[in-house]
Write a new protein. Sequence first.
Length: 201
Amino acid sequence: MRTSRGLAGLLVAPAVLLAGCGPSGPTVEQWTESMCAAVLPFVRTAVDTPGETPDPAQRLRALSDYLTRTTQAADGALGDLDRLGPAPVDHGEALSARLQGGLGEIRSAFSGARSRVDAIDPADPAAVQRDLPAALEPLARLGGTTGPLDEVTGNPAIASAFRASSTCTDLTRSAEQARATPPPGAPAASPKGPIGEGGSS
C-alpha cells in the first residue's frame, strides 16, 4: 500500500484520553493533546490508500477494504472525542460540536463511497469503469478551504496548545500528506485536506 491522503491504528490509548481529567477536567493543553490523539489514527488510516491495479475486481476489493477501514477509524475517533468532552475554553461546547460534526460529515463521505463501491459488479469490467468514478464522488467533494481542525484551532488557546503538542505535530504532518495526494476519486490536491491543517491562529 502507498501512503496518500492526510486524514493507522484504530485505537487510542485510554490513558491518553483520561490524562488530567480530574474533578475540574483537563487543561487546555491536556484536552488538545487528547483531541489530536483521537483524530490522528483516522487521518493515518485515510492516508494509507490502495495502490493502482489493472484488475477491476482487485481494485474494487482493495477500495472496499480501504473505505471500511477509514469508516471504522472515523467511528473510533468520534467515540473518543465524545468521551473527551467539550474543550475547556469559552464556547468550548460549540467548538467541540463543530469538530465532531465536521468529522462526522467526512465519515459519511467514506461510508457512502463504500456503499456505492460495494454495489458495483466486480465481474463486469465495463460497469467498473463506468460506475467507479460516480461511486467515489463523495470523496471528491472533500477538501474545502476549511476543515474541522481549522475550526477548533481558530481558538487562540487551543492553537497555542496545538503547536506545542508533539501528537498534534504528527497530525499536522499527516494533514500535509492529505493536501499532497487526494483520496481515491478526488481531484488534484486542494489547499487543505478534508480534516484541515490545524495549528493556525
